[in-house]
Design a protein around this ligand. Structure first.
Ligand SMILES: Cc1cc2nc3c(=O)[nH]c(=O)nc-3n(C[C@H](O)[C@H](O)[C@H](O)COP(=O)(O)O)c2cc1C
Length: 199
């Protein structure tokens, strides 16, 4: 079994989302002692943004790419290979300004590639990253779960499903900026949910 953990917080130490993601990965490895864990911390090891040179590289046929363009595409290829190889994916995701951190967006932009991780068919788009279990550990300062202000969860659900990943568990730690008591309760609830999932 291969586990891929992506830490999307902008901080590589002390991140609440990473704490929960670590907890989920620990449970997965406890259940599967032979599992191999691939960890990408996007704070200490960021992926480049999808900018004009990157788009130019992606849309240039492979045999015509400059060495710089080939190197840029290879960075995305490596992330695609990692996600293709994973049986379980653990995403640690803070809420930043109602959305996902730019660090996670760079990862999503890298792994969404037409003809490789999704394709268009006569019946519409088809995700090609099938058969994976995804855990999303969400850390938030406020309380947004199940409200129209939670634009983050529907976005993640949609984009993961678009790529074929439909088996997704969301684990919430909310109210982390609402005092120590609220933060303790949020972690206790998130850990209880993790216990439930792995019971
Ligand atoms: C730049 C920034 C933007 C934030 N925006 C939101 C927000 O829109 N909604 C919210 O509930 N919390 C927001 N927060 C609080 C974080 O979600 C919370 O501190 C969370 O623990 C951050 O995750 P991390 O500890 O994994 O980095 C924000 C925090 C930062 C630093």
């Amino acid at each position: 079994m291969k586990i891929l953990q992506i830490n999307a917080s902008a901080r590589s130490a002390g991140a609440n989302s990473t704490r929960l993601a670590d907890s989920i990965t620990a449970r997965l490895t406890a259940q599967n002692p032979a599992a191999v864990v691939d960890l990408r911390d996007l704070a200490s090891d960021p992926h480049p943004v999808l900018d004009e040179p990157a788009l130019g590289a992606l849309f240039t046929p492979a045999e015509q790419r400059t060495p710089e363009q080939a190197a840029r595409v290879a960075l995305d290829d490596a992330l695609i290979a990692q996600v293709q190889a994973a049986d379980a994916i653990v995403l640690g995701v803070p809420m930043y300004n109602f959305g996902v951190p730019v660090q996670l967006k760079t990862w999503i932009d890298a792994i969404a590639r037409a003809g490789v991780t999704f394709r268009y068919t006569a019946n519409g788009p088809e995700g090609l990253l099938k058969g994976k279990k995804v855990y999303v550990a969400l850390a938030r300062g406020g309380l947004y779960r199940d409200t129209p202000a939670d634009s983050q969860t529907p976005y993640l659900k949609n984009v993961l499903a678009f790529l074929g990943m439909t088996d997704v568990e969301f684990i919430f730690a909310e109210g982390l900026a609402m005092g120590a008591e609220s933060a303790d309760k949020a972690f206790a609830e998130a850990e209880a949910r993790i216990d439930e999932i792995f019971a």
